[in-house]
Design a protein. Structure first.
Length: 116
């Protein structure tokens, strides 16, 4: 199983993007019971946790994105989404999805760029 992220791009400050992640190769018994998360890698920094969603759809967010980002999941399609609104230059990063424990090999990620 390896995550495949998409949906990134270049957007002006204040704009929105919706990221999508497919747990490629996973089966329902793997995907559904697990908490999933979005992480991001900022230039020159370590990968950080942005948002997570449990198997019961309980969500949690980093303080820096609360009120602006929304994580969701579609168990039928084994996908995880990140709706990002009111984007800021400091959100510029490569975004990755993984299980909350980061137990899978990292995918390619998707680049989000918000010019200052």
């Amino acid at each position: 199983v390896r995550p495949v992220e998409s949906g990134g791009g270049l957007v002006q400050a204040g704009g929105s993007l919706r990221l999508s992640c497919t747990a490629s190769g996973s089966i329902t018994s793997f995907f559904n019971p697990r908490a999933w998360a979005w992480f991001r890698l900022l230039p020159g920094k370590q990968r950080e946790l942005v948002a997570s969603i449990s198997s019961t759809r309980t969500t949690d967010y980093a303080d820096s994105v609360k009120g602006r980002f929304t994580i969701s999941r579609d168990n039928a399609w084994k996908r995880v989404y990140l709706q990002m609104n009111d984007l800021k230059p400091e959100d510029t990063a490569v975004y990755y999805c993984n299980t909350l424990e980061a137990s899978l090999r990292w995918g390619q990620g998707t680049q989000v760029t918000v010019p200052s």
